[in-house]
Design a protein around this ligand. Structure first.
Ligand SMILES: [Fe+2]
Ligand SMILES: [Fe+2]
Length: 189
């Protein structure tokens, strides 16, 4: 069950690095460059996951990404009989929303007058496309992982090209994303 109260950032970070250790072999040249990029060029660790829905507070994107990863691992184990590797579930779960953290020091969320809002100065790029773009610089993804990240919005996506033809991983991450978002904390004004 997801935590309802204020979450300690140190705990989130610990869990994140625990997952990272489990996917280290997915980084052909090690994960150091990727981690430095996340820390120095994106807001992955600090930005919210949304402006007014789930995890709409500082570190919310990290919290949401961890929640989706845990749910996806559980769904893969209990529903899909472990069809996908743990590494695959972690890569997709942890980084499906990577694009929400921004790219090259350009951040999609800004904090103004005590509230989070969209940064309207940036060109519009869907966050799932940006997730894939950033991730692709550091690791090789399988075609199933690519589809799962690109279409994790499932029934809510504008692009219905994979509708009814989804890989199981795409269905699992969509449901994990929805389940997590439904149970996560929201801060109201
Ligand atoms: Fe998303
Ligand atoms: Fe998400």
């Amino acid at each position: 069950m997801f935590q309802k109260g204020i979450i300690n950032y140190i705990e989130l970070e610990d869990k994140f690095y625990d997952y990272m250790a489990q996917i280290e072999k997915r980084f052909p040249e090690g994960s150091e460059n990727f981690l430095a990029y996340l820390r120095d060029k994106t807001g992955f660790f600090d930005l919210p996951a949304s402006t007014k829905y789930h995890c709409n507070y500082k570190h919310g994107l990290l919290e949401h990404s961890l929640n989706v990863t845990k749910t996806l691992l559980d769904l893969n184990y209990f529903i899909a009989d472990g069809k996908y590797s743990i590494e695959s579930c972690i890569v997709v779960g942890l980084f499906h929303d990577l694009g929400k953290g921004g790219y090259d020091n350009q951040y999609p969320y800004i904090h103004i007058n005590g509230k989070w809002d969209y940064n309207k100065d940036l060109p519009i790029v869907e966050h799932q496309d940006l997730s894939l773009y950033i991730l692709g610089k550091f690791i090789n993804l399988s075609q199933e992982e690519i589809q799962a990240i690109l279409y994790h919005n499932g029934q809510y996506a504008d692009d219905k090209v994979v509708a009814m033809k989804e890989e199981v991983l795409t269905l699992l991450v969509h449901w994990a994303d929805m389940y997590a978002a439904k149970h996560e904390r929201v801060e109201y004004d």
